[in-house]
Design a protein around this ligand. Structure first.
Ligand code: MET
Ligand SMILES: [Zn+2]
Length: 732
């Protein structure tokens, strides 16, 4: 009898009930009891869904009111001292997550290569973890039992926890290793009194990364110890998002019950199976990260390959990772075209897929290979010529065409999106106002925005992006090949959810995407108007992308569509075009050996999107992060004329890498941080400019905010840009 396993389940609720309950509670409209009641209803419902599909291993403690890393911090008693003055536990928990009047929130960052954000633990050398606390776990465990589910208990593993933490005192966090493992041992001991025969799942996705050997030796020490805390416990260590071959060699010799591996994003794990050593293999074969229906025959073949190396009795059929990363269910989609909907599988549908493959596997009933689905004609990279001359040649031509002053000033694209802007857009989408009325209102916003930029004295203007809901969705809606779900929400952090576009088909451009707005904006001014597009890599990284053809082919289709837009813009006399690659870095693989292949298609598809630009058309790109250390050569190969980046918080420290690499093109390092409403002073920005000039030749420097201004208010935006311009005049 083979069994089924779900690594973890989404918690936000099929109608985002948790989101709304949290937001009402935060707004003071309901009390904590009301929030707890919603949370309990959701957990019960989610367990039920899994029970109905006869899942053998169902989790508890995969639920959270905000984030599992934050819950782990609380479980280990690792409350940062700066929050200790908050007595009420709930207030403290949410203050850590979101900040309050007296406390800045803890840092938040992306969980591996996903769009889920966790709260980064703040550790320091003297932490003793003496107050471990399993009350949340116990409560959920007992609740599940009452519902007839004997749940496994999910914990973030100790190595992943330490590695993802920040040392606030700059100490080496690995000095805390012993104390942390001791705390986990106490947690396990406490758990062992909850009942008989409890499976504890330790999530250790850290081991899907390329790591130094020291981590592997610590892995051994940790699980040799945690594996023997109680005979009452079955310890499973699960990894996901990529292969974890090195870890398997270690874990195979640890006194644990099971090892979880991702065979969807780490098929190389097949080579590690020799080392599983008679333990249970939690075989992640149902894709937990993407939304397309499982290819049953492919999955069956995979199980066959696994069973060549491992006794069938040892195999537990699982999701490749927690289902947290996919939306809840396709059953709420009423407007999707049948050809799209029929190809989708969200969390609930994946439970059915688990049950289905398990039944086939049990009966050893090999499914027919599915008929080869019709493939889109593939656009090879070579089909899109890159004809731009060398940077030096382009620079001279662009100088002549644009005649920009020293330290040209610009913005990243968006200007404040007020309630009114959004209200008009929504009214148009709902058919409440006519297209004419909507476009007139957009033109009004663009006009005001252009006038403001002229009054401020910026050199390169933008139209303000008032037509956009989001930088990917906007383009997706105009391109062929994309679909949009009504309810495909995925938790991004806390109560925040995103609804990624579904890139399901062959991508093409049947109409202009931005030309009208840019041309209208340009008609209002003699200053150059910057056309504003989103690049292919970012479009892919922020969508659910079809997986029946290689990602690189999809990227080239998107690139071709963007290139057509670039061409049309330049033919309409738009002399500067920015192709944003905000999510370029996010797509980097966890494994070093896979980076080259990613960089290859990412750079080539970006170049394919701009390759059509004439030499005198100046191409900008924008990236929202600052650490370019490892990727500076790759950035260089993208061959943009100007790159704007987010370095406002580090002076010139992060720019040094551009100097070291002898980077030739122009850079706009972001003189102020747009993530805060604070208006930086002229002096502050003058200091920043001076710091930049310590490392960059003056001809290379642009002056701009560090990202788009859409989340800011108008008054702070005007004040900050005015100060920025003053600082630039002083520097000139
Ligand atoms: C997240 S990067 C944003 C770039 C976009 N052009 C904007 O200004 O909003
Ligand atoms: Zn940005």
């Amino acid at each position: 009898m083979s069994q089924t396993y779900v690594t973890g389940f989404p918690r936000i609720g099929e109608k985002r009930e948790l989101k709304f309950a949290l937001e009402e509670y935060w707004a003071g409209k309901t009390d904590f009891e009301a929030l707890k009641a919603v949370a309990k209803t959701l957990r019960n419902r989610h367990w039920n869904y899994q029970k109905e599909r006869h899942i053998d291993f169902i989790s508890c403690n995969d639920f959270s009111l905000y984030d599992i890393m934050l819950d782990t911090t609380v479980m280990l008693g690792a409350i940062p001292p700066r929050f200790e003055n908050i007595d009420d536990k709930t207030d403290r928990y949410f203050a850590m997550a979101r900040g309050d009047d007296d406390h800045a929130a803890m840092e938040m960052t992306k969980w591996f290569n996903t769009n889920y954000h966790y709260i980064v633990p703040e550790l320091h050398a003297n932490m003793n973890f003496s107050h471990v606390n399993i009350s949340k776990i116990a409560e959920e465990f007992i609740e599940a039992k009452a519902q007839g589910v004997h749940p496994k208990i999910n914990l973030v593993g100790p190595l992943t926890f330490i590695f993802l933490s920040n040392a606030v005192d700059g100490s080496d966090l690995f000095n805390l290793f012993d104390a942390v493992v001791t705390a986990y041992a106490k947690v396990l001991y406490a758990i062992s009194s909850l009942g008989e025969n409890i499976v504890v799942q330790f999530d250790e996705p850290l081991f899907a990364k390329t790591l130094e050997p020291k981590f592997l030796s610590l892995l051994k020490i940790a699980y040799e110890r945690l594996g023997v805390v109680s005979p009452n416990l079955k310890i499973a260590v699960v990894t996901y998002f990529d292969r974890a071959n090195e870890a398997v060699e270690i874990l195979g010799n640890c006194p644990i019950w099971g090892i979880g591996l991702d065979f969807v994003y780490g098929e190389e794990n097949l080579d590690a199976l020799l080392h599983v050593n008679g333990k249970m293999l939690i075989a992640g074969v149902i894709d937990g990260r993407n939304v397309w229906k499982n290819n049953v025959s492919k999955t069956y073949n995979l199980l066959e390959k696994i069973s060549e190396k491992i006794d069938a009795q040892q195999i537990i059929i699982s999701t490749s990772c927690s289902l947290l990363h996919v939306p809840f269910s396709t059953q709420f989609e009423e407007k999707l075209a049948p050809e799209v909907k029929s190809r989708l599988s969200f969390a609930l549908e994946k439970l059915v897929e688990l049950e289905q493959i398990n039944t086939l596997w049990e009966k050893q009933e090999k499914p027919e290979a599915s008929a080869c689905t019709q493939k889109a004609p593939s656009v090879k990279s070579s089909a899109i010529a890159y004809t731009r001359s060398s940077y030096t040649t382009r620079f001279a031509l662009q100088q002549k065409a644009l005649n920009l002053p020293l330290f040209p000033t610009t913005t990243i694209g968006s200007f404040p999106q007020t309630k009114e802007t959004r209200a008009v857009r929504n009214a148009f989408k709902k058919g409440e106002i006519t297209r004419e009325a909507y476009e007139a209102s957009l033109k009004e916003s663009i006009k005001k925005c252009v006038e403001l930029q002229e009054a401020l004295g910026l050199d390169v203007l933008v139209h303000g992006e008032f037509e956009r809901n989001d930088m990917v969705e906007y383009f997706g809606e105009l391109l062929e090949g994309f679909a949009f779900s009504e309810n495909g929400w995925v938790q991004s952090y806390g109560s925040r959810c995103v609804k990624p576009p579904l890139l399901y088909g062959s991508v093409s451009r049947k109409q202009p995407l931005s030309v009208d707005w840019s041309v209208y904006a340009q008609s209002l001014t003699d200053k150059p108007m910057k056309g504003m597009l989103t690049g292919p890599v970012t479009i892919l990284n922020w969508s659910f992308v079809r997986n029946d053809i290689p990602k690189s082919e999809v990227a080239f289709e998107v690139a071709r569509a963007i290139a057509e837009e670039v061409d049309e813009l330049q033919r309409h006399d738009i002399k500067i075009i920015q192709v944003d690659e905000a999510a370029f870095k996010e797509g980097y693989p966890l494994r070093e050996e896979k980076i080259k292949a990613y960089e290859k298609w990412a750079v080539e598809s970006f170049k394919a999107s701009i390759g059509i630009a004439w030499d005198q058309t100046q191409i900008h790109t924008h990236m929202c992060y600052s650490n370019f250390n490892d990727i500076i050569d790759t950035i260089e190969r993208m061959d943009a004329d100007v790159i704007t980046i987010e370095t406002s918080r580090s002076g010139n420290k992060l720019l040094k890498v551009f100097q070291k690499a002898n980077y030739k093109a122009q850079i706009g390092p972001g003189v102020y941080d747009i993530h805060s409403p604070r208006v930086p002073s002229v002096e502050e920005m003058s200091e920043q400019i001076k710091a930049f000039l310590h490392v960059l030749p003056k001809e290379q420097l642009w002056i701009n905010p560090d990202c788009g201004l859409k989340t800011r208010g108008w008054s702070e935006t005007k004040a900050a840009l005015a100060n920025m311009i003053k600082a630039v005049h002083l520097a000139r």
